[in-house]
Design a protein. Structure first.
Length: 189
């Protein structure tokens, strides 16, 4: 789930930047330091949107920079086990599909796509259900549930997020639209 949060931090402003607009400098420093990073207790930083308050600057002997206590607003992605998410397929392989959740990708293993046997169509770069012939390809939107979550603060790219679509109400947007239309036809009959 995405959240807008108000946070506080201490920001170091190097001497050459002290002559510039302090709000802009601090916003740029926060964006550079935080966007794309992970803090387990906060989440995955998507964007630092604005600086709300800048405290008095502090000097530390031996360092020419000024340190400011800053209150700011940020958009974060906070994932939880069993949460239903929506994303887009960015890659398919013989062992599954990678789903973009915005700042981070999650893994949808072939065993978690469907109860059917899944074939990998390498020529068309898609995963195909053997019986129903439903497929998953790059660019498809999906709704899935988070079943494994291991976030790595030091190396965000090493984080592991596992997904499943083997439950009712989950699947590609095409599958879900087909199921919705089938239900409507049954109700109309």
């Amino acid at each position: 789930m995405y959240y807008t949060m108000t946070l506080e931090d201490k920001v170091r402003v190097p001497p050459p930047l002290l002559e510039e607009d302090l709000d802009v400098v601090i916003l740029n420093v926060l964006q550079e330091q935080l966007e794309g990073s992970i803090a387990k207790e906060i989440g995955i930083f998507i964007a630092v949107t604005k600086v709300l308050d800048i405290g008095e600057g502090e000097l530390i002997p031996g360092d020419g920079a000024v340190y400011y206590d800053v209150r700011f607003e940020a958009v974060v992605l906070r994932l939880a086990l069993q949460e239903v998410i929506e994303g887009e397929v960015v890659e398919t392989t013989s062992f599954g599909a990678f789903i973009s959740l915005g700042p981070i990708d999650a893994m949808l293993h072939v065993s978690q796509i469907s109860d059917e046997y899944i074939n990998y169509d390498e020529k068309n770069n898609r995963l195909v259900c053997q019986d129903s012939k439903r497929s998953i390809a790059v660019g498809d939107g999906v709704r899935a549930r988070v079943v494994a979550l291991s976030l790595n603060e030091r190396e965000p790219r090493e984080s592991k997020i596992g997904l499943t679509m083997r439950q009712s109400g989950l699947g590609t947007t095409i599958w879900l639209d087909e199921e919705f239309e089938e239900e409507r036809r049954k109700e109309a009959a």
